[in-house]
Design a protein around this ligand. Structure first.
Ligand code: COI
Length: 427
C-alpha cells in the first residue's frame, strides 16, 4: 500500500475508532450465542419466601463462582484490625472486596473477582448517582464457639436482592453463585471475623447501575460489589437496655405499590431528617406509621413486633403482614418460624394500629414491643413518643420476656451453640 494511502487509512481509523467495536462485538457475539443456545433450558426455580413471587433466573445469565479470580493484597496493603471496643457499625473495612461487572454489550455478567479493598471509579453520570438505581443487602458472618464461620440463611438475602434488582431494572443473577463468591471473600479475610460473640463481620453486597447516561431507564451496565466490616452494636440503648421510638404520623417510609418491600437505598436517605428530629427529642429511632388508621409498619431500619395477651387470654406475637409496605426481613421471617414452633406462643401477621396499641397498653395487655433486623438482631422498645405524649411499654418489666428468648435463640443458632438448618457453615 502506498505511504499516502496508508496514512489516510491510519487517520481514518484514528478518527473513527470509537465506531469500531470489532473486539467488543467478537466477545459479545460469543456470549450472545451461548445465551441463545441456552435459552431453551428451563429456568432454575428457587424456594419461595412467604408470599413474594421469586424472579426466575436462567443460570446461564449469571456470573459463575467457578470463574472467580483472586488478586490478594500485598503485605503493605493489609490494615491493622481495630479493637473490639472501637468497632461501632461499618467504620472499618476488611482487606479485600469482591466485584463483578455487568455490560450488556459484552454479553452480560463478566467474571467475578476478589481484589484488595479499593475505591471505585465511577462516571459522574452513572444512573446510580442520579436516580438511585441501586440496591444493597445486609448479612453477617459469625465465628462460632467451634471456631467455624457461619452465614445465616444467605439464600434469603439473595432472593431479596434479585427481587430488588428486578424492580430497579438491574441485572439478576444466581444467588448460589454469589454466595460462593462471598464465602471465598470471607475465607480470605477470615481473621476479620471477630473472635467474640458480641461482634460479627457485616457483609454488604451492593448492586449499582453504572451506565453513564441521563435517561431514566434500565442501565446497560452495572457493578455488583461486596464489602465487609467488623461491627458491634448498631444502636446505643437507654439505661434500661431498650430504645425509645418516635412516631410522627406526618411522615411515611413506604406506600402501596412503592418499594418499601425492597432493600433499596432510596428507602433510607429520606429517613434522615425525621430521625434527627427524633434524636433531638430524646428518641433513638422512628416508628413508621401508615394511613388514616396509623398502622405500625416498621421501626428505624427494623421490622416491628408486639407481644400482647389476645382475646383468648393467650400470649400473642404479632407483626404487620408483608403487604408491600414491609421489608421481608430475614430476622423477621426467622422469628416467625421459630416462635410458631413454641407451644406457649400464638403467632400472627396482622395490621396493628396506634389506637389498638394504646388500647392494649391501657388495658394492661400489651407486654412487649421490639424491633428486629440483621444489624440489630432484636432490640427491645420501652417508650413510644406520639403526638406529644410518651407511651411507656412494659417490655423491660417482664420476668421472662419473649424478645430475650428470641434473641438468645437466634444468637445460639448464629454462633453455633445449636445446630440448626438456618446456619450455613462456610469454613
Ligand atoms: C440491616 O439490618 O442489615 C440493615 O439493613 C440495617 C442497615 C440499614 C444499617
Amino acid at each position: 500500500m502506498p505511504i499516502r494511502r496508508s496514512k489516510v487509512l491510519v487517520k481514518w481509523i484514528y478518527e473513527n475508532q470509537h465506531k469500531m467495536q470489532t473486539i467488543r462485538c467478537c466477545s459479545s457475539l460469543l456470549r450472545y450465542k451461548e445465551v441463545e443456545e441456552s435459552a431453551q433450558v428451563e429456568p432454575e426455580t428457587i424456594s419461595i419466601p412467604q408470599t413474594t413471587p421469586i424472579p426466575q433466573i436462567a443460570p446461564e445469565f449469571s456470573f459463575k463462582y467457578s470463574d472467580l479470580q483472586v488478586r490478594l493484597a500485598a503485605p503493605y496493603q493489609l490494615q491493622p484490625k481495630p479493637d473490639a471496643s472501637a468497632l461501632g457499625f461499618g467504620k472499618y473495612f476488611t482487606d479485600h472486596m469482591m466485584k463483578v461487572h455487568y455490560h450488556k454489550e459484552l454479553g452480560g455478567w463478566q467474571k467475578p473477582e476478589i481484589v484488595p479493598f479499593e475505591y471505585l471509579t465511577i462516571h459522574p453520570a452513572a444512573k446510580a448517582l442520579h436516580y438511585a438505581i441501586q440496591l444493597f443487602e445486609g448479612m453477617k458472618a459469625y465465628r462460632g464457639i467451634d471456631d467455624k464461620l457461619r452465614l445465616f440463611r444467605p439464600d434469603l438475602n439473595m432472593e431479596r436482592m434479585n427481587l430488588a434488582a428486578q424492580r430497579s431494572g438491574l441485572p439478576m443473577f444466581d444467588g448460589e453463585e454469589l454466595i460462593g463468591c462471598i464465602t471465598r471473600l470471607i475465607q480470605i479475610d477470615q481473621e476479620w471475623v471477630p473472635h467474640s460473640e458480641t461482634s460479627t463481620l457485616y457483609v454488604r453486597p451492593t448492586l449499582i447501575g453504572t451506565e453513564p447516561t441521563f435517561g431514566v431507564m434500565e442501565p446497560d451496565s452495572a457493578l455488583l460489589f461486596v464489602i465487609m466490616s467488623p461491627v458491634s452494636a448498631y444502636y446505643k440503648t437507654r439505661s434500661d437496655g431498650a430504645v425509645s421510638i418516635y412516631a410522627d404520623p406526618s411522615v411515611v417510609r413506604a406506600f402501596p405499590g412503592g418499594v418499601g418491600n425492597r432493600k433499596v437505598g432510596s428507602n433510607y436517605g429520606p429517613t434522615i431528617e425525621v430521625t434527627a428530629r427524633a434524636a433531638k427529642l430524646g428518641h433513638q429511632q422512628v416508628l413508621w406509621l401508615f394511613g388514616p388508621d396509623k398502622e405500625l409498619t416498621e421501626v428505624g431500619a427494623m421490622n416491628i413486633f408486639v407481644v400482647y395477651i389476645n382475646e383468648h387470654g393467650d400470649k400473642q406475637l404479632s407483626t404487620p403482614p408483608l403487604n408491600g409496605l414491609i421489608l421481608p426481613g430475614v430476622t423477621r421471617r426467622s422469628i416467625l418460624e421459630l416462635a410458631s414452633q413454641w407451644e406457649d406462643i400464638t403467632v400472627k401477621e396482622e395490621v396493628i394500629t396506634m389506637d389498638r396499641l394504646i388500647d392494649l397498653n391501657n388495658q394492661g395487655r400489651l407486654l412487649e414491643m421490639f424491633g428486629a433486623g440483621t444489624a440489630v438482631v432484636v432490640t427491645p422498645i420501652s417508650n413510644v413518643g406520639y403526638v406529644g405524649e410518651n407511651i411507656h411499654i412494659p417490655t423491660m418489666k417482664q420476668s421472662q420476656p419473649l424478645f430475650q428468648r428470641l434473641k438468645d435463640t437466634l444468637l445460639a443458632i448464629q454462633y453455633g451453640h445449636i445446630d440448626h438448618p438456618f446456619s450455613r457453615i462456610i469454613s
